[in-house]
Design a binder for this molecule. Structure first.
Ligand SMILES: [Zn+2]
Length: 267
């Protein structure tokens, strides 16, 4: 069950959210109700949407020394780790010309509201790596803080204190270069990051969930909120979790490739 607190949306938009959340409810097999806030706000930075997950460190029955989005942690532990708090905060940009209506009637210049909210929920449910790079192009994980959120955006829970630990999505990601895990389990990321990790994050050689298939979006320049947190759109052009859905395009199903990544995290 997904409970949505919708802020600044009109009746049509709220009605589409009630429809699309059912698609996730059909996939997510949790006994613990999921709470999301979804707010329409001027994000800036050219982002259509932005999702910040609530987090739980090393939940019971999960993997040690890593972060889970709280919706997944609650499912794995079968308890509500943060009663009363949202499991994620989704922001939908107010400046975007959103399309509301049947998929087959979307105009070429409008962005599909249904697809994009469905997509952002995928981040709240685990499609988030919490990786970053620094000015030396070194790679880091577990080093993001609330400072990455635009100052006018109000997060309804404390940004998870990551303390240099990786996310479960990070632990589930492999590099074709070394054909091994991108992150060594049980390893905290130092403040200066890792040189090799920085190279791997922009190598287009990251994969997960499908053997050797290159599925992770990892362009040659690292882009926060975009790199790593999406499936490769060239390999999977129909995927919901590709980096940016262009105008005039709808992706209104949770496709098997996008879902398999989340399922392998513990859903
Ligand atoms: Zn996304």
């Amino acid at each position: 069950m997904i409970n949505i607190t919708a802020i600044n949306f009109n009746q049509q938009e709220t009605a589409e959210m009630d429809q699309l959340k059912v698609l996730w409810e059909q996939q997510l097999n949790s006994n613990i109700p999921i709470r999301l806030t979804i707010e329409k706000v001027a994000i800036g930075n050219g982002l259509l949407g932005l999702t910040i997950p609530n987090g739980v460190f090393a939940p019971n029955h999960g993997t040690a020394n890593c972060w889970y989005v709280s919706a997944l942690a609650d499912k794995i532990s079968n308890l509500d780790h943060q009663p009363g708090q949202p499991d994620g905060a989704i922001y939908i940009d107010s400046a975007v010309p959103w399309y509301i209506g049947p998929a087959n009637q979307i105009p070429q210049h409008q962005y599909d509201f249904f697809s994009n909210v469905l997509h952002e929920m995928g981040h709240a449910f685990g499609y988030v790596g919490l990786f970053s790079t620094n000015n030396n192009n070194d790679g880091l994980y577990g080093r993001l803080t609330a400072q990455i959120i635009p100052p006018h955006i109000n997060l309804p829970f404390a940004f998870p204190a990551l303390n240099g630990w990786p996310s479960i999505l990070g632990l589930a990601t492999l590099s074709q270069h070394s054909n091994q895990a991108l992150v060594t389990p049980g390893t905290q990321c130092p403040a200066q990051g890792f040189t090799q990790l920085g190279q791997d994050l922009v190598s287009a050689a990251l994969f997960r969930a499908h053997g050797g298939t290159r599925v992770v979006y990892a362009p040659g320049t690292f882009r926060l909120f975009s790199s790593f947190d999406h499936i490769d759109p060239t390999t999977y052009p129909q995927a919901l979790m590709q980096p940016a859905l262009p105008p005039g395009v709808t992706r209104r199903v949770i496709d098997a490739d996008s879902w398999s990544v989340l399922r392998n995290l513990g859903w």
